[in-house]
Design a protein around this ligand. Structure first.
Ligand code: DGL
Length: 264
């Protein structure tokens, strides 16, 4: 047993899609979440800068005495996960491997679409992982740089969002049977993405898949939180406005939360 919290990091509110899955799948675990909304999106930034910011988020989480760190951000996973994982002595999980494995399992035709930020697509991490596990798979990757700003500005259900998603994805519709939502912000756009891709296309939420891996690791290292009747003290931190963060977070998580501003 280990009653320390699990740390989550993201460039902003996207990692909440992973945190929500964790709360659903493992309701006894406590969460410390840091979103760097003041500097989002990370996707268009140079790799070195993303790495630097990611280390700042990691170091912040370490001050909160976390037992595990989850990179609830594909971009940070693509750029910095290997390095951080090698340096820390607690488990560090990324979202790309679980998403890649789930896509292979779900696809019948072997034609898989991957949506991600400019950096995630440039790093080609999903294609590499998917083809390492399943060499015959055909991967069509697409950077969607307009998606994250729609989510961060709480416009992810707007008619502008519908227009942007349609214009970005229409070229991929009909070509793949499975699409990886390779950015943790994208599940907030899921109904619109599903609508454009068609109802027969399977959407893979890399964050949800990651929550299953968290469970496996907690069991493996025997570091589950003990079951208690006491309410858990989830903590959420943002580098931008706590009001804006809380608005999106409470809507997405379906519960009231405390959000604190933090300078990194
Ligand atoms: N949510 C992040 C991801 O999964 C980052 C998006 C961004 O800041 O560009 O890639």
């Amino acid at each position: 047993m280990d009653n320390r919290p699990i740390g989550f990091l993201d460039s902003g509110v996207g990692g909440l899609t992973v945190a929500r899955e964790l709360m659903r799948q493992l309701p006894h675990e406590e969460i410390v979440y840091i979103g760097d909304s003041a500097r989002a999106p990370y996707g268009p930034r140079p790799a070195q800068q993303i790495k630097e910011y990611t280390w700042q988020l990691v170091n912040f989480l370490l001050t909160k005495n976390v037992k595990m760190i989850v990179f609830a951000c594909n971009t940070a996973t693509a750029v910095a996960w290997e390095e951080v994982k090698a340096k820390l002595d607690i488990p560090v999980l990324g979202v790309i491997l679980p998403g890649a494995s789930a896509a292979i399992k779900a696809s019948k035709s072997g034609r898989i679409g991957v949506l991600g930020t400019a950096m995630t697509i440039q790093m080609d991490s999903y294609r590499k992982k998917i083809q390492a596990l399943s060499p015959a798979a055909q991967v069509e990757s697409l950077a969607c740089p307009k998606f994250v700003p729609l989510v961060e500005s709480n416009n992810y259900q707007s008619s502008l969002a519908k227009k942007v998603v349609y214009e970005t994805l229409r070229g991929m519709a009909g070509k793949v049977d499975t699409v990886v939502l390779g950015c943790t912000h994208y599940p907030l756009l899921r109904p619109i993405i599903q609508n454009v891709m068609g109802k027969d296309v399977t959407l893979i939420d890399s964050g949800a898949e990651c929550a299953r891996d968290i469970s496996v690791l907690l069991n493996y290292f025997e570091i589950n939180h003990s079951r208690t009747e006491e309410p858990l003290n989830h903590r959420f931190y943002t580098t931008a406005s706590p009001v804006a963060f809380r608005l999106i977070a409470e809507n997405w998580l379906g519960k009231d939360i405390d959000v604190e501003h933090v300078e990194l």
